[in-house]
Design a protein around this ligand. Sequence first.
Ligand code: HEM
Length: 137
Amino acid sequence: MEQPKDRVDVDALGGVEGIHRWVARFYDKVAGEPVLAPMFTDLERARDKQQAYFVEFFGGPKLYSAQYGKPFLRYLHRQFKIGVPERDAWMKLVVEALRDQTDDERLIAEVQRRLGDMADKMINHHSEKRDAYYFNA
Ligand code: HEM
């Protein structure tokens, strides 16, 4: 009997092609999002890197590491002011873009959980919180 799939991987996301389409649509949305758009200087370059990263993140070939080295993501995001609004905007669009190509709610929920954990780690700014961990402006 076929077991329900509860692991998200590159195949479940439509292969490398599917991930590329997903990320491309995400960046189309970012371009029109008032909180996120001004943070990006080069959307095409960011999109290419994000595509490579997501393939690797979801267990596919290590495309990002091969081209750019080990992804120290929190370090790479330090120059951007990322608080809860930025995280929420990012998560909303990444899930919307995935929903454009699948209605598999299990898959969407698992992706949301995995990327949500990562997105929480990117937060480096809390308006109401000041401690040594967060760099406040
Ligand atoms: C939480 C909200 C987030 C915001 C606001 C954000 C914003 C950004 C920005 C502004 C850039 C730089 C683009 C440029 O160089 O012009 C970037 C790069 C990138 N982001 Fe995020 N990001 C977020 C979360 C994430 C998450 C959760 C991941 C991965 C799961 C991720 C993966 C990446 C990658 C791989 C790059 C390219 C890094 C590089 O090699 O330069 N980001 N992001």
